[in-house]
Design a protein around this ligand. Structure first.
Ligand code: CAA
Length: 386
């Protein structure tokens, strides 16, 4: 039983139910197959688009669903409970590129890119990291140089989720010069599309988990980007990326809560069925204590996430809250899935039961959109910033 510690409105409950039914009918029958084959099914994105799930927080004026952050995260958790790969695809699209376009895009950029993205016709991606710039994102070296009205970009972006299918990629590149480096203030954001000359998709990562979400490198080789693809102001791209990651981290927290909730449910059901020493193992206190701690941590993670979401919807500064939600939820997902594997014993270590996949899927939530160590840095810094 998933505790909804934040009272949900009728509309929120009905969108949650749509997500739950979609996950049960359209995802659950294929999740294991997609995981094994590392297969991403673009048709699913089309179906999610028809439900409005690709434009959840985009206003109706831009063809979105126009719901608040809490509604979006509640729906995302339902998807993640069944398929964490589809959940990250939705999270990146809804939290990062679409929000960047909504907030800093021109009306022409919104018309051309945001509206079809909100309708689910174009999938978004976010390209900040590079092979040598992960946690230290501001050290990125992809260079953009002005050429008449255009920009010429050279460099390699790494760990790009949805990268093989991403049709609108918000990419960060340096616009300062090697003679006048400006750190984080020397980075700008560009709207990149795969049709640009000089764009190519590189190595597809062979990952431990989230195998049905394609993660790739992108190469920009003398890639000519028209001037009207610059997002917002020159030199503000890093700030845009950081502000967007405040949203993104809430999405990853919802994904992590979904993974943990699924592991808890599977473990509780298995403990009721599995008999050893003449009785169901749920009768043993060792198992009861594990399940109690798992349930408590899932509930605490969800409560913090929902509090952060409602703070965001009230227009509050959520950098610290968002990092706390992501940190707690991701470490909970890893811990809860580890306990679930333990409860399943040998059966938890093989692919016949879903906890093996959940354990693998959980790990990356402690790594992407800022490692747990980076979240702790952000949380600690914020303690002194006000
Ligand atoms: N909101 C607004 N502005 C922010 C901000 C935020 N949350 N965080 C930083 N800034 C601003 C700062 O105020 C500063 O602005 P000024 O120039 O005006 O002073 C500027 O950005 C630089 O900030 P810092 O000095 O704090 O920068 P830093 O180099 O010390 O880095 C960091 C800070 C928190 C470590 C940051 O680099 C970081 O978050 N690293 C992790 C990177 C990350 O999360 N990557 C995710 C990759 S995307 C991904 O994983 C998506 C996916 O596909 C799933």
């Amino acid at each position: 039983m998933a505790w909804a510690l934040t009272p949900l409105t009728e509309e929120q409950r009905s969108i949650q139910a749509v997500a739950r039914e979609f996950a049960a009918s359209e995802l659950a029958p294929f999740t294991d197959e997609w995981d094994r084959g590392a297969y991403f099914d673009p048709a699913i994105i089309g179906k999610l688009g028809e439900l409005g799930f690709l434009g959840m927080m985009i206003p109706e004026a831009y063809d979105g669903l126009g719901v608040d952050t809490l509604t979006y995260l509640v729906a995302l958790e339902e998807i993640a409970t069944v398929d964490a790969s589809i959940a990250v695809t939705l999270s990146v699209h809804n939290s990062l590129p679409t929000q960047m376009l909504l907030r800093w895009g021109t009306e022409a950029q919104k018309e051309r890119f945001l509206k079809p993205m909100a309708r689910g016709e174009l999938l978004g991606a976010f390209a900040l990291s590079e092979p040598d710039a992960g946690s230290d994102a501001a050290s990125l070296t992809t260079q953009a140089i002005r050429d008449g009205g255009d920009w010429i970009l050279n460099g390699t972006k790494a760990w790009v989720s949805s990268g093989t299918k991403g049709e609108v990629i918000l990419a960060m590149a340096r616009t300062d010069s090697p003679e006048d480096r400006r750190g984080a203030r020397g980075i700008s954001a560009f709207i990149v599309t795969p049709d640009l000359p000089g764009f190519s998709v590189g190595k597809k990562e062979d990952k431990m988990g989230l195998r049905a979400s394609p993660t790739v490198q992108l190469h920009f080789s003398d890639m000519r980007v028209p001037g009207d693809r610059l997002l917002g102001q020159v030199g503000s791209g890093f700030i845009y990326a950081m502000q967007s990651l405040d949203n993104g981290r809430l999405g990853i927290a919802a994904q992590a809560v979904g993974i943990a909730e699924a592991a808890l449910r599977h473990a509780a059901a298995y403990a009721a069925e599995r008999k050893q020493f003449g009785k169901p193992i749920k009768e043993f206190q060792a198992i009861q204590f594990k399940l109690a701690d798992m349930a408590s941590r899932v509930a605490a993670s969800r409560a913090l996430l929902h509090a952060a979401a409602t703070a965001k919807d009230r227009g509050e500064h959520i950098t610290q809250f968002s990092s706390m939600a992501k940190l707690l939820a991701s470490e909970t997902a890893m811990w809860v899935t580890t306990q679930a594997v333990q409860i399943f014993g040998g059966y938890g270590y093989v692919k016949d039961y879903p906890v093996e996949r959940l354990f693998r899927d959980a790990k990356v939530t402690e790594i992407y959109e800022g490692t747990s160590e980076i979240q702790r840095i952000v949380i600690a810094r914020e303690l002194y910033s006000r």
